[in-house]
Design a protein around this ligand. Structure first.
Ligand SMILES: [Zn+2]
Length: 109
């Protein structure tokens, strides 16, 4: 079975490795096929823009770049810790993500 991407847009995550280790942010975009996510305020890339009529001097734009999901961990809303996730089914048969630390269901049911 293929390992599923356990993150969703809007999740709060902690960066656990790389230059931005220790930073927290919200996932603003996710690319499950590439196993990458863009996290608000994390992994800024500098992009040099060519001069335009509006900005004749050109400029450097900072933009969040994607991070591989192996570099991030979900922060549980309940216990506020970076945690691993397990997948469970509710009694109603709905698939939810559950915090391995406190056992709380992360997804709204
Ligand atoms: Zn928890």
């Amino acid at each position: 079975m293929r390992d599923k991407v356990s993150f969703k847009k809007g999740d709060n995550v902690l960066v656990i490795s790389g230059d931005d280790k220790g930073k927290k942010g919200k996932i603003v975009d996710i690319f499950p096929d590439k196993r990458q996510a863009i996290i608000e305020g994390v992994n800024f890339l500098r992009k040099h823009n060519k001069p335009t009529q509006k900005v004749p001097q050109g400029g450097i734009v900072k933009k969040e770049g994607p991070l591989h999901i192996s570099n991030i961990k979900l922060i549980c809303n309940k216990c506020n810790q970076a945690t691993a996730i397990k997948r469970e089914r509710t009694k109603e048969g709905k698939r939810v993500r559950v915090c391995k630390k406190c056992g709380e269901i992360i997804d709204k049911v």
